[in-house]
Ligand binder design. Structure first.
Ligand SMILES: Nc1ncnc2c1ncn2[C@@H]1O[C@H](COP(=O)(O)OP(=O)(O)OP(=O)(O)O)[C@@H](O)[C@H]1O
Ligand SMILES: [Mg+2]
Length: 362
């Protein structure tokens, strides 16, 4: 039963008196998948298998010092850390109020179980985890350039030029296409929380998708998953999913379209500082995307003018407008997005009369 981790784990947990005595006793991920009375089998896990103690997490982060703080999200704080091996990593610490702990535990297990089976240059690598008593930590490869949103409209000073934005869009598209293809683990996966803060950037600005806690497997014949509870982040929600509860791979394509719009405009997906009609990026710009004259008004004013051609901008805006269509069946697939982005990159570099690598990174 691939990935039936939560129910299988719970089933197993219920059957073990020791576990009943302490429901927080943690089983390594291999055991989450076991059916009753099965002998442990070697799993297909590629990485993410290192298990750490709380002490190791404390040592790695100088007791979670503020100097090592990288950021804070809905799950808790993320710290830069150095493991005993000398490897520099990012450590995410689960800090949830008691009423949210069960939900956090589920996300934690989904993240470990799914991410440790995936291996792609455009997905963040999970190095390991810590489940010491009630403490939960996820240990990832460290991405020195942080998240995409901070480069577009956050704390980072230098704004990204167009070829770099196209490179990030293509990398993220490849990561999502890999998730959607059944070749990754045999079953397509919907990420469900794709957004610019979950696109992390390496030293060379390779995009790496992170945060798989809300990911959902979509077995063959189940192209749609109907749920009563809609999960994700405001500004990126597929309208079809929010109105009917129907989750599809195309829900990620919608969120990808929103990130394309952030790359184009440098604006946030939701900006509460704007007037009531302009708070949602899609609603704000959707009607301008296929009009070349009006399109100029939405281009990020902080983007170097010499780095883009209007042709490539128009192609990109057109792709974004199709990704955010209301009807999920009218959106392109991630494979189609990759092909179009490759064409856009070529169009831009050819028209500017420069090789693909002529631009310095920043
Ligand atoms: N592997 C990593 N390398 C470097 N920085 C990271 C890494 N993982 C996370 N971060 C930083 O920590 C921040 C917080 O991450 P986290 O995933 O907890 O929250 P988020 O994605 O910003 O928001 P939310 O949890 O609300 O979805 C990120 O925005 C990023 O800047
Ligand atoms: Mg995140």
């Amino acid at each position: 039963m691939p990935f039936g981790l939560v129910s299988a784990w719970n089933k197993r947990r219920r059957s073990k008196s020791q576990d009943q005595a302490d429901p927080w006793v943690y089983k390594p991920v291999e055991f989450w998948q076991l059916e009753e009375d099965q002998t442990p089998q070697p799993t297909k896990r590629l990485h993410g298998s290192s298990v750490y103690t709380l002490k190791e997490m404390e040592e790695a982060t100088c007791s979670f010092s503020d100097d090592n703080l990288l950021g804070k999200g809905g799950f808790g704080r993320v710290y830069r850390g150095t493991l005993r091996s000398g490897e520099v990593v990012a450590i995410k610490k689960m800090e949830l109020p008691p009423f949210k702990e069960a939900e956090g535990e589920r996300e934690f297990r989904v993240e470990v179980d799914i991410l440790s089976r995936l291996d792609h240059p455009n997905l963040v690598s999970l190095i390991g985890y810590c489940a010491d008593g009630k403490h939960r930590f996820l240990v990832y490869e460290y991405l020195p350039n942080g998240n995409l949103q901070d480069h577009l409209n956050g704390i980072r000073e230098a704004k990204m030029h167009w070829p770099l934005r196209l490179k990030v869009a293509l990398g993220a598209a490849r990561g999502l296409a890999y998730l959607h293809s059944s070749s990754s683990v045999g079953i397509p996966i919907v990420h469900r929380d794709f957004k610019s803060t979950n696109v992390l950037l390496s030293e060379k600005f390779e995009a790496k998708i992170s945060d798989f806690g809300l990911a959902k497997l979509m077995p063959e014949g189940q192209e749609t998953f109907v749920t009563a509870r809609v999960l994700g982040t405001f500004g990126y929600f597929d309208p079809e999913y929010t109105s009917t509860g129907k989750l599809t791979l195309q829900s990620d394509v919608y969120a990808f379209g929103v990130v394309l719009l952030e790359l184009l405009t440098g604006r946030r997906a939701v900006d509460l500082n704007q007037g009531p009609m302009d708070q949602n990026l899609v609603l704000q710009v959707k009607h301008l995307l296929n009009d070349k004259k009006k399109l100029r008004k939405v281009i990020d004013p902080d983007m170097r003018r010499t780095s883009y051609t209007m042709d490539s901008i128009a192609m990109f805006a057109n792709l974004a407008s199709r990704c955010v269509r209301g009807e999920s069946t009218e959106r392109p697939s991630m494979v189609e997005c990759i092909k179009e982005l490759q064409l856009i990159i070529i169009t831009n570099s050819k028209s500017l009369g420069m090789g693909m690598h002529s631009f310095k990174l920043m």
